[in-house]
Design a protein around this ligand. Structure first.
Ligand code: C2E
Ligand code: CA
Ligand code: CA
Ligand code: CA
Length: 278
């Protein structure tokens, strides 16, 4: 098992031996981490720009490691993808998220939640079964769960992926194309996949109010998405000027540190409570 993992890592080139060993051991620990409650979900609010309300959140995984502290997803998600641990991790996230959504619903909150799903999981049998079970259980409101499909791995079988996504969509799941603008075949995916939302990557958004090329990219993406009947989410809003620009440009939803950092559940609940009172 470990030898197979090493082969995968070496394949990517420039890692030295120490880093390699560290990564192999981190993946061994991930299995334990899921069972021992070290994996947490944080939620980052998305602001609806038409009415200045928080209408949805994105779930982001956090690993609170007993010795290393918080480990960033950028450090273990790509490894989990390479070593087939992304399925158990995503299943765990799905379970946590749907519990939280059911609780919000009971309290009368209308809130959508997005889960990040690697493209390669789209055709994974147990993930598909778990997702369909959630969508048909009646525990969450129809249309309130969003799959953010990340393109970190290219889709091997686009026909099969599209067919699978259509099934999820027909069961009331919304599909969002994440990190738009950074992938290799994003334009063809736009035509191919049954999307309802497009997320512009933060590298284009961050300086769109300051940089003409970024501004053009954002404006033309909004036009294209709206032309295709999709909602547009911009991520990585760190300044007020950026938010003002996005409102003017007709963007639908905005997400970023200027609006809110990703929050643990209790802090999100407090924030939503304040909003409801206003
Ligand atoms: P992403 O899906 O593009 O998520 C947005 C990332 O941008 C998050 O990083 C978020 O904390 C960060 N962010 C939000 N607002 C701002 C901002 O204003 N400025 C800047 N500089 N960053 C901002 P995070 O939580 O570290 O996650 C990194 C990536 O890891 C995610 O990128 C996603 O691709 C992946 N990821 C996170 N959770 C999961 C998960 O449960 N499953 C899978 N498959 N991938 C996940
Ligand atoms: Ca995402
Ligand atoms: Ca993104
Ligand atoms: Ca990203």
């Amino acid at each position: 098992d470990e030898a197979a993992e090493s082969a995968t890592f070496w394949h990517h080139g420039s890692l030295d031996r120490a880093k390699l060993e560290q990564r192999v051991s981190l993946m061994g620990e991930l299995d334990r981490a899921i069972d021992s409650g070290e994996i947490e979900v944080h939620y980052q609010p998305k602001l609806s720009l038409a009415d200045d309300r928080i209408t949805s959140v994105e779930a982001l995984v956090r690993w609170r490691h007993p010795e290393r502290g918080m480990i960033r997803p950028d450090l273990f998600i790509p490894l989990a993808e390479q070593t087939d641990r992304i399925a158990p991790l995503t299943l765990y996230m799905l379970d946590r998220i749907t519990r939280d959504m059911a609780a919000w619903r009971e309290r009368g909150l209308t809130l959508s939640a997005a889960i990040n799903v690697s493209a390669r999981l789209l055709t994974h049998t147990s993930f598909g079964e778990a997702l369909c079970a959630v969508l048909t259980s009646g525990r969450i409101a129809p249309g309130s769960l969003i799959l953010e499909v990340t393109e970190s791995a290219t889709i091997d079988d686009p026909d099969r992926a599209a067919e699978t996504l259509r099934r999820y969509r027909d069961l009331g799941c919304a599909i969002s194309m994440d990190d738009y603008g950074t992938g290799q075949s994003t334009l063809s995916y736009l035509q191919w996949l049954p999307l309802s939302e497009l997320k512009i990557d933060r590298r284009f958004v961050q300086h769109a109010h300051l940089n003409h090329a970024d501004e053009l990219m954002v404006r033309s993406t909004i036009d294209l998405a709206h032309g295709l009947g999709l909602k547009v989410v911009a991520e990585g809003i760190e300044e007020e000027g950026c938010l003002t620009f996005l409102k003017e440009a007709g963007c639908d939803l905005a997400q970023g540190y200027f609006i809110s950092r990703p929050l643990p559940l209790a802090e999100l609940d407090a924030l939503l409570g304040c909003h409801a009172k206003v």
